[in-house]
Write a protein that binds this ligand. Sequence first.
Ligand SMILES: NC(=O)C1=CN([C@@H]2O[C@H](COP(=O)(O)OP(=O)(O)OC[C@H]3O[C@@H](n4cnc5c(N)ncnc54)[C@H](OP(=O)(O)O)[C@@H]3O)[C@@H](O)[C@H]2O)C=CC1
Ligand SMILES: N[C@@H](CC(=O)OP(=O)(O)O)C(=O)O
Length: 338
Amino acid sequence: MRVAIVGATGAVGHELMQVLESRLKFDELLLYASPRSAGSRLTFGGQELTVQVTPEGPIDADVILASAGGSVSKALAHRWIEGGGVVIDNSSAFRYDAQVPLVVPEVNGEAALSHRGIIANPNCTTAIAVVAVAPIHREYGVKRMIVSTYQATSGAGQKGMDELLEQTRVQLEGGQATHEVFAHPIPFNVIPHIDAFQDNGYTKEEMKVVWETHKIIGDSSIRVSCTAVRIPTLRTHSEAITLELERPATPAQIRELLARSAGVEVRDDPAAGLYPMPLTASGKYDVEVGRIRESLVFDGGIDLFVSGDQLLKGAALNAVQIAEYLQEKGALKERQRV
Ligand SMILES: NC(=O)C1=CN([C@@H]2O[C@H](COP(=O)(O)OP(=O)(O)OC[C@H]3O[C@@H](n4cnc5c(N)ncnc54)[C@H](OP(=O)(O)O)[C@@H]3O)[C@@H](O)[C@H]2O)C=CC1
Ligand SMILES: N[C@@H](CC(=O)OP(=O)(O)O)C(=O)O
């Protein structure tokens, strides 16, 4: 099996290489990025591989993991799969296309089997939330879901992390922090503005949580509201989530349910200082869930806090898990080499 990464030099591309190395069984890896990275060398499995310019035609790979942004995927993904491969796309280009499955394997893996060459990987904030919320929905029925996020700068890619580090240095040396990637200076600040504002006053990032939760869980009757906030950390998104349930649940029942749910690590012993944090969740495959408690607003409802590495579960890991799922189910097509 051949695997290709488009966007190999980016923040998600870097993580894709790490995850591939630790998980998927395959024979050969092709790396692509923009013309400015062509010829650069990246190490994979102890070998140096050369980054090539992203093709505008078929890619000779069974699985094409795309993380070069929505405009690149939109323009080229259909061409890449002319070689018979499947694109697993990290961008938002195809997520709302009814013909394209939007997949978190722990929640709706089987949806991947109905693909027509393109499978969408969800928004990172949504992927992390649904790993914890979907099992609760299956058992107790989620009626309403209120989410407040604490999103790391790497959500805006490598340049987001660079801006945090550089502008923090500027500010600590007595200068005035500036901003290009974020709407305001990010050091020592929090910014309730991720992606563009929509007509309803929510941002696009917030609306993605609504749209994508509905599509992945397969239930658009869940009322979802999100406030998405950028914070000055490097990686891992955290979310405070309040759930109103159809059938009341106790915190103990939720703790027990999540302890046996795939992709979740229950980290919930506040007295011992144990709860989800970017510090402990970064680099982890599982989403940490804790601060599980009875809601003071919704009778029988639940409050919880999650931290999930968005470069992993929100992007690279989830994409590789989809590829693994297709491989396990024998759902990768026999392909002519192009
Ligand atoms: N960061 C995150 O937390 C998440 C990101 N995503 C999505 O993944 C995608 C990539 O994000 P991220 O890795 O953070 O971004 P980065 O900016 O860190 O990396 C972008 C990558 O795309 C490549 N690229 C840019 N323009 C082109 C082009 N015209 N042709 C070919 N390759 C190109 C870059 O190559 P070069 O180095 O040569 O410029 C680089 O490899 C985006 O769609 C993003 O929305 C999804 C979930 C989470
Ligand atoms: N928007 C997210 C990261 C991201 O790239 O999301 P999406 O794949 O939905 O564009 C963030 O900034 O934290």
